[in-house]
Design a protein around this ligand. Structure first.
Ligand code: NAG
Length: 294
């Protein structure tokens, strides 16, 4: 009881510290009408996986989406027709977390970079609504719904070796799919919060380690080690066939014509993508949060 009160007290102090108006918690999310509970039930799910066909993407605001990012986003509507396509803005993300995960809001508000905030937001869409999450610099090449019909939780390896691996190579959080309310996401969010408590120097730690792919892989490895079988990690050639590690052919001849950091024009992009006939999705690795161009 006492520790419960203490937690509340600390949460309130953190909120004030971060300069949040608590009243904002109660603002209605702008598109909540799309996602009332009836809607969740009505929405078609993919096979026995329970994954609803909702594609979640996020960017600062609708207004700031570049022509190229809009073209990439359109690829999703073309690939996955009849699915719901969401573009969550920073404002939507904060409202969504405040409304459905108020315990997470102090952590969210205190994260000091947009990329860390969007990492947290991604996990909460999948936890609450389920569906497919795709980074704004991913391009859908062809429909992959049939691949999502068996497992409740889906990830993809990235081409190249870096930092750590799960089932073959690095797993990015740039493309993920899940049924709603999957226990994995709550475990991951709790791990992130716990890690932050332990690591006061979070501001100088790379986002991969604190909220991104590295902490995701820690939880995923734990999940697999626990013997769980409802998860699938697809090989890189399907969903993330080149990366900043292999672009320009650093160990993968197929990636010879690819560039990252937003350095390909439309023709170069087409030539790069053509080298991966097996791919359903490519991640362009614009790394707009790290100086790249979107
Ligand atoms: C790990 O990779 C192997 C070989 O590609 C595959 O058969 C297996 O299903 C993968 N495991 C998971 C959990 O996806």
């Amino acid at each position: 009881m006492a520790s419960n009160l203490l937690v509340r007290f600390v949460s309130v102090i953190m909120l004030l510290f971060c300069g949040i108006l608590i009243g904002r918690w109660f603002f209605p999310i702008s598109d909540i009408h799309l996602y009332n509970s009836n809607d969740k039930i009505r929405h078609e799910t993919l096979g026995e996986s329970g994954i609803p066909c909702i594609v979640h993407q996020t960017w600062k605001s609708h207004r700031l989406l570049s022509a190229r990012a809009q073209r990439w986003r359109n690829s999703w509507a073309r690939c996955l027709t009849d699915c719901k396509h969401m573009l969550w803005t920073d404002e939507d993300n904060r409202r969504h977390i405040g409304m459905h995960f108020p315990w997470l809001l102090p952590t969210y508000e205190c994260l000091n970079s947009g990329v860390q905030k969007s990492d947290l937001a991604k996990y909460t869409y999948l936890l609450h609504y389920g569906g497919i999450y795709a980074d704004i610099d991913t391009v859908c090449l062809r429909d992959f719904r049939s691949l999502l019909s068996k497992s409740a939780l889906v990830f993809a390896n990235m081409d190249g070796r870096w930092l750590r691996s799960v089932n073959g190579s690095y797993v990015q959080n740039s493309l993920m799919a899940s049924r709603p309310e999957h226990r994995f996401w709550m475990a991951l969010l709790k791990r992130i919060v716990a890690k932050r408590r332990m690591n006061k120097a979070v501001g100088s730690t790379p986002p991969e380690q604190t909220t991104g792919s590295v902490v995701l892989m820690e939880e995923l490895q734990q999940y697999l080690d626990d013997g769980r079988t409802d998860v699938r990690v697809f090989p890189s050639r399907y969903f993330n066939p080149f990366s900043w590690i292999t672009a320009g052919n650093q160990g993968n001849p197929k990636a010879a014509s690819c560039l990252t950091m937003g350095n390909m024009n439309e023709d170069q992009e087409a030539a790069c993508v053509a080298a991966f006939p097996e791919a359903y999705v490519v991640h362009m690795h614009s790394k707009s949060w790290g100086g790249g161009k979107l």
